[in-house]
Design a protein around this ligand. Structure first.
Ligand code: MLT
Length: 388
């Protein structure tokens, strides 16, 4: 087996080191069976028929055409949680920077570095940089996935009064969250009472522009909004008006664009949330391990356009995987075909997600070209792979 992997962005070496001699890196995306990507935008990219999988070393997948990939049987993975601690630490740091004019104070010291009496004049100047404490303030967290939960727990330990809203909260994340975090049923409830609001949701049609004029009107005067998710969750012209009127006291956003960098009372960083050695290493290792499990075993873990489907390592004579449409009668056709060709199924996993489904069949005989051809001919079958 020789598999070609293309990196659209630099990927941490420790992840690439996990690709053994069965894998070869290539710059030619046409010949690649797998793509590793961070922030490169793939929407206008021609997806070659060789491509089987894309792994995003990060959480957000708005740079990848998920539906087009699914239609072509290209499984897209992300690395949920791998960079969560890096983002959490920056969110906490940003709240502290918003509460106290630390950067203003640092700047003052730089500007007055030649003053021999700087110690004395600093004592006079410092009142301009005084701030508030975050302890006892109300923090609202929208989205309690891997990042949101870590932020909730850390802020709780710092003495903040933490409120969370997430209609899709998973059992795993609920179990990891401090019991001191109060869950509310709607964003509006958070808006009405919180001094700080941080958002940790993916960019979807349903979340795009969720911070708009109507939302700002429901918030406390002087609220601090932190956005380490995606810039377009916010209607920027509405944010400008809210900042100008003082409704929003400060906007902290990790996405520079020609508008955000010119907003008043706004702190902009260049997408630094996950820019730590640890996060980059974790993401790279997780992305490569997902790609390897998919390439070598046909298993899907942490996909964002296909269902997770895991049959472990194949211990029978053959394994075949089928990416297919999630429509009635597919399994009957597959099993009927195996029966007709006298292929005994030893183990079978079938999972669906939205319009798409995925099946893994472990069988007791070698898989023939004939079986593959017959499976491919079934209406609704998108891609067949013979793993073993
Ligand atoms: C993510 O989507 O995981 C974060 O925005 C960080 C990143 O893309 O590097």
């Amino acid at each position: 087996m020789s598999l070609k992997v293309s990196c659209l962005n630099p990927i941490a070496e420790c992840g690439l080191d996990m690709l053994d001699d069965r894998y070869q890196l290539t710059d030619n995306t046409e010949e690649a069976q797998a793509i590793l990507v961070r922030s490169a935008v793939m929407h206008d990219m021609e997806l070659s028929d060789n491509l089987l999988a894309v792994a995003r070393a990060g959480a957000g997948v708005n740079n990848i055409p998920l539906d087009t990939c699914a239609e072509k049987g290209v499984v897209v993975f992300n690395t949920p949680g791998a960079n969560a601690n890096g983002v959490k630490e920056l969110v906490i740091a940003s709240m502290l920077l918003a509460a106290r004019d630390i950067t203003g104070g640092i700047q003052w010291c730089k500007e007055n570095k030649d003053d021999p009496d700087i110690a004395k004049s600093g004592e006079k100047a410092k009142k301009a940089y005084a701030g508030t404490e975050i302890k006892g303030k109300k923090l609202g967290i929208i989205g309690l996935g891997a990042i949101g939960v870590l932020v909730a727990n850390a802020a709780n330990r710092l003495g903040m009064d933490v409120y969370g809203c997430d209609p899709y909260l998973s059992v795993e994340h609920a179990l990891n969250m401090s019991r001191d975090v109060t869950m509310v049923k709607s964003n509006d409830e958070l808006f009405a009472m919180c001094d700080y609001i941080t958002v940790h949701v993916p960019l979807l049609d349903s979340t795009k522009g969720m911070f708009n004029k109507a939302a700002f009107e429901k918030m406390k005067d002087g609220v601090v909004i932190l956005n380490f998710s995606r810039d377009t969750l916010v209607v920027e012209e509405d944010m400008r008006a809210a900042l100008e009127s003082g409704k929003v006291g400060r906007y902290v956003v990790d996405f520079p664009n020609p508008t955000t960098v010119n907003l008043p009372n706004t702190t902009v960083t260049p997408h630094l949330g996950a820019s730590t050695q640890e996060s980059e290493d974790n993401c790279a290792k997780m992305a490569v391990s997902e790609i390897r499990d998919f390439m070598e075993n046909g298993n899907i873990r942490n996909s964002v356009n296909y269902p997770d489907c895991d049959a472990g390592v194949c211990s029978t004579e053959g394994r075949i995987t089928v990416a297919h449409k999630n429509v009635p009668n597919m399994l009957t056709q597959f099993t009927g075909l195996f029966a007709k060709d006298n292929v005994n199924i030893e183990n079978m996993v079938n999972k669906s997600r939205g319009d798409f489904a995925y099946s893994i069949f472990d069988v007791c005989t070698e898989i023939t070209e004939q079986v593959v051809k017959e499976l491919e001919a079934i209406d609704g079958v998108i891609r067949i792979r013979v793993i073993k």
